[in-house]
Ligand binder design. Structure first.
Ligand SMILES: [Zn+2]
Length: 200
């Protein structure tokens, strides 16, 4: 399928480090296409995607982060912890843990971090307070009503946005019934950034 090769280094992402072999690279980067960001990233490319064996901070191992257009992804994935956990709305640690393979989990982490990237760009465009005013009340209500997709989504409004964004990609139908307000929030963010839904 030529579709799998649509996200191109040098076009959608300026540089990619540490993603070998090619099949893994295609699987992970395909997340941007599944998220309907291919045309958007062609206009506004990511700076870089860096994959490494392990990412650690004071809190221990973590699976990925986003800083100013650079996304880092950890390749260290433990079955039953980082992937391979049956999806149940509101009961999983993160949307990524329900991936069935390490590569799919890395892809889901990539999509979550793309959410952080969109949020960052939205704050640059609209101002931090305006974005907070848009998302934080939706987050609070979702937590109060137990509508959040994952434990991570309950942490703060940033994580709520990114996990809801991931849910819009991987659990779209369930999102529209379980957290329709969150779904509309994601759609609103996409509209503000003029993110189209690709050709697919
Ligand atoms: Zn996050």
């Amino acid at each position: 399928m030529s579709d799998q090769e649509r996200i191109k280094v040098g076009q959608h992402i300026q540089e990619v480090e540490g993603l070998r072999p090619g099949a893994v690279r295609r699987t992970v980067l395909r997340g941007a296409q599944l998220a309907g960001l291919d045309q958007y990233l062609a206009r506004a490319p990511l700076k870089s995607v860096r994959v490494s064996g392990e990412l650690r901070d004071d809190g221990g191992h973590f699976t990925g982060d986003h800083i100013c257009g650079t996304i880092r992804i950890s390749a260290r994935r433990v079955q039953g912890e980082d992937y391979g956990i049956p999806f149940r709305w509101g009961e999983v640690a993160t949307v990524a843990t329900s991936a069935t393979t390490p590569e799919q989990a890395m892809q889901r982490t990539f999509v979550h971090e793309l959410g952080h990237c969109l949020l960052y760009r939205l704050m640059e465009q609209e101002g931090r307070e305006a974005v907070k005013a848009l998302i934080k009340p939706v987050f609070r209500e979702a937590v109060d009503m137990s509508r959040t997709v994952s434990e991570r989504a309950e942490e703060n409004w940033h994580e709520y946005f990114c996990e809801t964004f991931s849910a819009s990609v991987y659990h779209h139908r369930e999102l529209t019934s379980r957290d329709p307000v969150g779904y509309r929030m994601v759609q609103q963010a996409r509209a503000l950034l003029e993110v189209d839904h690709g050709d697919s």
